[in-house]
Design a protein around this ligand. Structure first.
Ligand code: XIL
Length: 330
């Protein structure tokens, strides 16, 4: 646990968890988030739908709550996210039906300039582009989400030019923030990470201010652990990029309505420690973030049928073996 170790973070939702933060009387959950982590990622507050709900209307209340909470607790903030196919406001979805690429570019540039600019010098890393590659099994081969991402769709003739410019606009608005690509199923070496590796090389060759690659690390015990994580992080680091684990959680299938078995708990612990070690063992790894810190607030049960127990704390507030094992690993 030297001074150069990666920042250890959690996602937290300002609008829900922090906006009523009372410094003199924080909830136990707020105290733990404030005390146990170096870094906070706003779980939803900086997404388009929350921060830019209407055309020309920005709502910074949730994001500001995260910033203030982090400041009071001496924490850093990881920005998330600027270009994504999901959680876009209705006005974007509607307007994008008729966007030309130039119109899409103007909307994205205004958004990035405004949001990144507002938090200039206060955010150490930004997930500029999130989940921009389509899963191979959906379309029979990995490709950019030119069908579901409204910006990439409008600029489908040359989506990489738009991606590069998104990084340029972000860099101009905050030259000190490290700018990341970020995705799920991006831990090991696979078709998706091969695509990112190629994209990263092309962007860097074009002089795009791309600084890092983030593997979300949403794992499920129903799939084997991918031991290619270290090698994958290493190849991005070899390009001169930073790397990060950005959204770690380890969900257990069919756990709804029962307690996990001892074996499942052991594997939940084991995988958290392996993910953390992969980051600690790579000098280019700048941050390790878990996606929420309590099962009661985890996105998992709402997203994956009957899966759960994914975070480091039970719904009734008990720190799990994985939490203690990770602390011991630092
Ligand atoms: C999730 C949030 O945790 C939920 O609260 C929200 O309803 C949906 O989004 N990949 C990402 C995150 O990059 O932004 C997602 O967060 C989880 C998957």
């Amino acid at each position: 646990a030297g001074p150069d170790r990666p920042l250890i973070g959690t996602a937290a939702w300002g609008q829900r968890d922090l906006i009523d933060y009372d410094r003199k009387n924080p909830t136990t959950y707020q105290q733990l988030i404030g005390a146990q982590f170096d870094s906070i990622t706003p779980e939803n507050d900086m997404k388009w739908a929350e921060i830019h709900p209407e055309e020309g209307v920005y709502d910074f209340s949730g994001a500001d709550a995260v910033m203030e909470f982090a400041k009071r607790n001496g924490q850093q903030v990881r920005g998330h996210t600027l270009l994504w196919h999901s959680q876009n406001p209705a006005w974007v979805t509607e307007a994008s039906a008729t966007w030309t690429c130039d119109e899409a570019r103007a909307v994205l540039k205004d958004h990035i300039t405004t949001v990144v600019g507002r938090y200039k010098n206060k955010i150490y890393e930004w997930d500029v582009a999130n989940e921009i590659y389509q899963d191979t099994w959906d379309v029979g081969g990995v490709r950019l989400r030119t069908n579901s991402n409204p910006f990439l769709k409008a600029c489908a003739d040359d989506p990489e030019a738009l991606i590069g410019d998104a990084f340029r606009w972000a860099h101009k608005a905050d030259p000190k923030a490290r700018l990341f690509l970020n995705d799920y199923n991006a831990e090991g070496i696979n078709e998706k990470t091969d695509a990112y590796y190629g994209l990263a090389k092309r962007l860097l060759a074009d002089g795009v201010p791309l600084h890092g690659f983030g593997a979300q690390a949403h794992l499920s015990l129903q799939y084997d652990y991918d031991n290619g994580l270290e090698a994958n992080l290493e190849r991005f680091a070899d390009l001169g990029l930073k790397v990060a684990i950005t959204e770690a959680d380890v969900r257990i299938p069919e756990v709804e309505g029962r307690e996990p078995t001892d074996e499942e708990v052991a594997e939940h612990t084991n995988r958290h420690v392996k993910l953390l070690k992969a980051c600690l063992d790579n000098e280019a790894c700048t941050s390790f973030t878990v996606w929420g810190f309590n099962d009661a607030y985890s996105w998992v049960p709402q997203t994956f049928a009957r899966e759960g127990w994914a975070t480091l704390m039970t719904a009734d507030g008990q720190l799990k073996p994985a939490f203690h094992a990770m602390v011991d690993t630092l």
